[in-house]
Design a protein around this ligand. Structure first.
Ligand code: PSU
Ligand code: MN
Length: 307
C-alpha cells in the first residue's frame, strides 16, 4: 500500500534529495498543546535550514501519510484521541480509519516503505525500570534490529533502565553510536554515567557506517546518540528526583503499557515547572539538525558502493 506523500516530499523523492523522517507520537503523546505544534513546526524548519526535506509521518483516513501539510500538522497537534501506534497497531489503525500517531518503531516501518533512511526523534523507548517483573520493553528496540534506518535520538529516555536498554540493544545487534563524546547520553542530560559502545565525530562517518551496514546486508538500523546541547541540559543529579517522583506516582496509580511513557514525560514536565519540556524541545531540534546533515552526506555518497 503506497503512502500518501506531501508535495514537498514527493518532489524530494523525485530529485533524490535528502529527506528526514519525523515521528508524530512526540506531538500527540510527548508534549502538551501548543508546545507540541510549535516544536513540530520548528523541527521541520530546522531540517529545511540544514538542507533536507522533513517528512512527518502519521496515519490518517486509512492511509500512511509521509510529509504533512501545515494544516494537517495543526489538526494532528490538537487531536487528543489519536492512537499511539507501534508495529503491532499499524495495520489495525489503517483498517479502522482512525487517526494514529507513529512511535519510533512505527515511523521506522513507514520511513522504510517510503525509501527514507534517516529519522530524527527525541529519545527512543527502551527497557523500563522494573522490567524484570513488568516485562515492559519498548518495541522500538526490536524495530532497530529490523528496519534499516539511522535513528538520531538524544539517547534513551532517562526514565528507563539505561544499562538494561544498552544490553538489549547489544543482544539485538544494534550499533549505539555516541556523537562527539564517549558517554551514552541520557535525554535531558549529556552523560548517563554509562559508556556508549561506539563513538563517531562527524555526519560523514555516520553516513558511511549507515551505508556499510547496507553493503554488508545487515538487517536493521543504527542508533545515533546525540547529546543535548550543553546550554539546554539538566544534569543527571538535578533531574533524578523528578524522575523518581513520577515513577512512584505511576506505580501508585497503576499506570501500565502504552500509557507509561506519556504519563512520566507529562509529570516530569509538571514537576520541573517546564524545564524538562524546554530541554526536550532543544534536544529534538539538535537531533533534527544532525539528521539532516547525515541525510545530506548519504545523498552525496556514490549510489551503489560495493565493497
Ligand atoms: N521522544 C520524545 N518524546 C516522546 C517519544 C520520543 O522526545 O514522546 C515517544 C516515541 O514515539 C517513542 C515512544 O517511540 O515515546 C516510546 O514509547 P514506549 O515506551 O511506550 O514504547
Ligand atoms: Mn512499553
Amino acid at each position: 500500500m503506497e503512502p500518501v506523500f506531501s508535495p514537498e516530499v514527493a518532489q524530494a523523492r523525485a530529485d533524490a534529495a535528502p529527506i528526514v523522517a519525523l515521528e508524530s507520537t512526540i506531538i500527540t503523546h510527548g508534549m502538551p498543546f501548543p508546545q507540541n505544534l510549535e516544536t513540530a513546526e520548528r523541527v521541520e524548519a530546522e531540517v529545511r535550514a540544514a538542507g533536507a526535506v522533513p517528512a512527518t509521518i502519521a496515519v490518517m483516513g486509512g492511509r500512511i501519510h509521509v510529509g504533512l501539510a501545515p494544516e494537517a500538522l495543526r489538526t494532528l497537534a490538537r487531536t487528543e484521541s489519536a492512537a499511539k501506534l507501534s508495529r503491532a497497531d499499524l495495520a489495525a489503525c489503517l483498517v479502522s480509519g482512525r487517526t494514529g500517531a507513529t512511535t519510533v518503531a512505527a515511523t521506522m516501518i513507514c520511513a522504510h516503505r517510503a525509501g527514507i533512511e534517516v529519522f530524527a526523534t527525541g529519545g527512543i523507548g527502551g527497557v523500563h525500570r522494573g522490567a524484570e517483573t513488568s516485562f515492559d520493553v519498548s518495541a522500538d528496540l526490536r524495530e532497530l534490529a529490523l528496519s534499516p534506518a539511522t535513528v538520531v535520538a538524544a539517547g534513551a529516555k532517562a526514565i528507563l533502565d539505561l544499562p538494561k536498554t544498552l544490553e538489549v540493544l547489544e543482544t539485538l545487534g544494534v550499533p549505539v553510536i555516541a556523537v562527539g563524546q564517549d558517554a551514552f547520553p541520557a535525554f535531558w542530560s549529556r552523560d548517563s554515567g554509562l559508556a556508549a559502545p561506539l563513538r563517531m565525530d562527524s555526519a560523514a562517518e555516520l553516513a558511511a557506517a549507515h551505508r556499510m551496514r547496507r553493503a554488508l546486508g545487515l538487517a536493521g538500523g543504527q542508533l545515533v546518540a546525540n547529546p543535548i546541547p550543553a546550554e539546554a541540559e539538566i544534569p543527571r543529579q538535578e533531574i533524578l528526583p523528578a524522575i523518581e517522583t513520577a515513577l512512584a506516582e505511576a506505580e501508585t496509580l497503576g499506570i501500565a503499557a502504552k500509557a507509561v511513557t506519556p504519563f512520566l514525560l507529562q509529570r516530569i514536565h509538571e514537576i520541573t515547572a517546564g524545564r524538562s519540556l524546554a530541554a526536550n524541545i532543544a534536544l529534538v531540534l539538535n537531533n533534527a539538525r544532525l539528521a539532516a546533515a547525515i541525510a545530506g552526506e548519504i545523498a552525496a555518497l556514490p549510489a551503489r558502493q560495493t565493497r
